[in-house]
Design a protein around this ligand. Structure first.
Ligand code: NBX
Length: 814
């Protein structure tokens, strides 16, 4: 948009006064943030309304991305970049004696996600709008996002994330678009007009009230929508009689129970806890979202039989799987289509992404739970299952009679949500080449054989606008200076940086920028936690959820072994190194919580020991999340991507870090393999077992962790450090970690990969000594990161799966 500094200042001062009731001099930072947010949102309004009018007028095919999680983080600066007003606003605020940096810190992170899956959804929102695809998000407006983490005495302690306590400037409540969602009750069946008709009776009704947030594309005038539903008790049924009888407790506890649905995000990533409330959440937003889509589709006057031609619905993992039976229900019970018609529309509308191979993360719901919470939905699932079994039985009963049972949607008294998704959609994708291949050839092999062509790969990506343009302004400017700013819209043109591969001046500046970013981060860390780190040390970063398969344990055991070596030989020639961890553990995941304590205990020991603390430092950053990541990533030298091969579906932090010039220490897992393909083996440090080897060891039970413990003295001493009193803890403190490694044969091959990890770490340090070599490696990583932009990912999805139109702009279509 067109905006000059004077106009902005005038608008802003008026807005600040109106919103806060105070003049600038008396305003608080929060007043200043709130006024700025509300003004920016207003600047966006015409485009937002215009976009939705244009989509309707053009009868555009639209994409709806259903996700339990949207880990958006802060929005202010992203919005300002998208609208092209960043510099003007920054200048205007400076003129007024204010600081954009301070003001933007007042914004609360929208932390409605656990990790990769939720952040991916947020990146996709940005890329759909920027690429020009009519694509919207549908999810839940949780009152509490992922818990806030404090480290107290080395332990993780969880606190509620009250992100809405001072309101959310970006959202718009849409009460007229609220819909009813029904739970429980029973199904009555009638035969009317020659067909079976189903009615739900005596249900519990919950109102789903949408709150819309604008998602502006990058300087293209397109503004899509993220619609999050909040659960409210239905007012007319709110028991007034009970209320007037003075039965307040019951009345309020019912209201409370209804509203519990959108209270809090479940904090488990890669693990299904099977709570009833979780199933309620899943049906709640899926049903609301589909009813909303159906309502606006019907308003367009287009025939219901063409529903799939105008709507593409994508489900982010199995959490929104009930979209399949719910769409069937709406088409049959409300729109009066028959089964075959409804099935054709449903399967052609829905597509599904799988994000994990871990068995404990596979969603399964007991039949009796599903039946009593969602009786009509369960009937439909049973019928889908029955029809599917009929086909597979006919096909396989001679060759492999067990196969149709294996493939069934309902089995062992449970509904297998992944199977429902595969059967009820027209596309199933994994999130990196290796992951998609393992899905098709191992975990879901029978389905891949049955449905030729349904399985495909869509390698993940990240929005380079947030993760480079916005979070690393120095590097962005350095890039633009060299190759122009086309990369912002066409990230693969970052490849042009390759011509500076041997340009000493360019590389030197690149290293100077890294140094400056390291200073910035060390200041930030000092300000927020009091910890000092040395910008001249190597910043070695592992930031991600805490999970055994991600192997923070391997990293910390290696650090412990370095400590032991240094104690023996204080003159060991090591480049000073800062190991930085950021990670939240699921509150019920005890082994993960012990790992946090272990990292902190090792940090306490090392950081206080004068023999080693010139060369080693261990830092655990509290409350890791999107904003903290934006501060850390531009400063990283080494990116730790060390999951057990085959376990990390893709990873996306790996992409953010490479894009900011960090060099990766990696196993051949997830998208690391594609990073290797992009940068070449000289620009990445590889180690460890391959996925194939991991499968082989697991299948033939030939791995003996204890033997490695016995035969590698340094590793043994590192492991024994957990219990021998070196750390200031009781000997039982880390029993789960120790016993996972030694008594349960180390399911994640930490011991097996230790030696090759230690070797590659040595190589990485040697490479770092050679500044020229390192800076060239760093440059290659940046230059080759364009394919990991989510713009590329979104274009892939759209080309192969959604097939929505791509608009350069909507100007002129109104
Ligand atoms: O999805 C993650 C994978 O672990 C990453 O490898 C991948 O890059 C990312 C995006 O595709 N999965 C993930 O984050 N899962 C969850 O957060 C999750 C949350 C709740 C739940 C199960 C899984 N019940």
């Amino acid at each position: 948009m067109e905006l000059n500094v004077n106009q902005f200042k005038k608008d802003y001062l008026r807005r600040l006064k109106a919103k806060s009731g105070r003049p600038l001099e008396e305003s608080t930072v929060w007043d200043q943030y709130h006024a700025l947010g509300s003004l920016i949102k207003e600047y966006m309004t015409d485009d937002w309304v215009g976009t939705s009018i244009a989509y309707n007028k053009l009868d555009t095919r639209q994409v709806f991305y259903f996700s339990m999680e949207f880990l958006t983080g802060k929005l202010l600066c992203d919005y300002m970049h998208a609208m092209g007003v960043f510099e003007v606003v920054e200048q205007g605020l400076t003129d007024l004696g204010l600081s954009l940096e301070t003001i933007s810190e007042a914004e609360r992170d929208q932390g409605l996600g656990n990790g990769g899956l939720g952040r991916l959804a947020a990146c996709f929102m940005d890329s759909m709008a920027s690429v020009g695809i009519p694509g919207h998000g549908i999810g839940i407006r949780f009152n509490f996002g992922l818990f806030e983490q404090k480290i107290i005495n080395g332990y993780q302690v969880e606190f509620p994330d009250r992100w809405l306590e001072n309101r959310n400037v970006w959202e718009v409540k849409m009460p007229d678009k609220a819909v009813e969602v029904h739970f429980g009750g029973s199904v009555r069946q009638d035969y009317i007009g020659g067909r079976n008709v189903f009615f739900l009776e005596n249900t519990e009704v919950v109102m789903a009230v949408p709150y819309d947030t604008p998602i502006p594309g990058y300087q293209n005038g397109i503004v899509n929508t993220l619609r999050l539903y909040s659960a409210e008790a239905k007012t007319p049924d709110f028991d007034l009689a009970g209320f007037s009888r003075g039965d307040y407790n019951r009345v309020f506890s019912e209201k409370y129970a209804v509203e519990a649905i959108s209270q809090v995000l479940y904090p488990d990533d890669a693990y299904e806890n099977g709570r009833l409330l979780r199933l309620k959440q899943e049906y709640f937003f899926v049903s609301a979202g589909l009813q909303g889509i159906m309502r606006s589709f019907k308003r367009s006057g287009l025939p219901i039989r063409d529903f799939h031609k105008y709507n593409a619905i994508h489900i982010n993992d199995t959490h929104p799987a009930l979209a399949i039976p719910e769409l069937m229900r709406l088409l049959m019970d409300i729109e009066e289509l028959n089964w075959e018609e409804a099935w054709k529309i449903t399967t052609q509308t829905i597509s599904y992404t799988n994000h994990t191979l871990l068995h404990e993360a596979m969603e399964k719901w007991p039949v009796d739970v599903m039946k009593s919470l969602l009786p009509r939905i369960f009937m439909i699932i049973e019928e889908i299952d029955r029809r599917f079994n009929q086909i597979t039985e006919r096909l396989y009963h001679q060759v492999d009679p067990r196969r149709s049972q294996q493939m069934a949607i309902i089995g062992d008294g449970q509904v297998r949500m992944a199977h429902l998704c595969i059967v009820g959609s027209h596309s199933v994708n994994g999130v990196a080449k290796l992951h998609s291949e393992l899905l098709a050839t191992k975990e879901l092999k029978p389905f891949n054989e049955f449905y030729a062509g349904k399985f495909n790969n869509k390698t993940n990506g990240i929005t380079h606008r947030r993760w480079l343009l916005h979070s690393n302004p120095r590097l962005s400017a350095h890039i633009t200076e060299a190759i122009g700013d086309e990369w912002i819209k066409e990230p693969e043109s970052l490849g042009r940086l390759m011509k500076y591969h041997s340009d000493p001046a360019y590389l030197e500046k690149l290293m100077a920028i890294k140094r400056a970013n390291k200073v910035d981060f060390s200041n930030y860390l000092h300000k927020t936690s009091g910890v000092s780190i040395d910008p001249d040390s190597i910043y070695d970063i592992q930031i991600k959820r805490l999970h055994e398969y991600k192997r923070q344990t391997l990293n910390i055991l290696h650090i412990m072994s370095m400590y032991l070596r240094l104690k023996e030989d204080p003159d060991l020639d090591l480049i000073p190194r800062t190991f930085l961890f950021g990670a939240k553990a699921a509150p019920g995941y005890q082994t993960a919580k012990q790992t946090i304590k272990l990292i902190n205990a090792v940090g306490d020991l090392i950081n206080a020991d004068k023999d080693v603390n010139e060369k080693l430092k261990v830092v655990f950053v509290e409350n890791y999340g999107v904003t903290v990541a934006e501060h850390i990533i531009p400063s990283a030298d080494i990116s730790e991507q060390i999951s057990t091969a085959s376990k990390e579906a893709s990873g996306t932090g790996n992409m953010k870090l490479m894009m900011n010039g960090a060099v990766t220490v990696a196993t051949l897992d997830g998208a690391n393999i594609e990073i290797l393909e992009a940068v070449g083996k000289d620009n990445i440090f590889l180690f460890g077992l391959t996925a194939e080897e991991v499968y082989r060891y697991t299948e033939n039970h030939s791995y003996k962790a204890f033997e490695i413990y016995q035969n590698n003295p340094l590793l043994r001493r590192a492991i024994d450090m957990m219990t021998d009193g070196t750390l200031n803890v009781s000997p039982e403190e880390f029993y789960l970690i120790r016993s996972a490694l030694l008594d349960h044969n180390d399911a994640f091959f930490v011991l097996k990969d230790f030696e090759s990890y230690a070797n590659i770490q040595k190589k990485a340090c040697e490479a770092y000594r050679d500044k020229k070599r390192w800076s060239a490696m760093s440059l290659v990583n940046i230059a080759k990161s364009g394919i990991f932009s989510s713009d590329r990912t979104i274009r892939d999805y759209n080309r192969d799966i959604w097939k929505a139109p791509v608009f350069e702009t909507l100007k002129g279509s109104l």
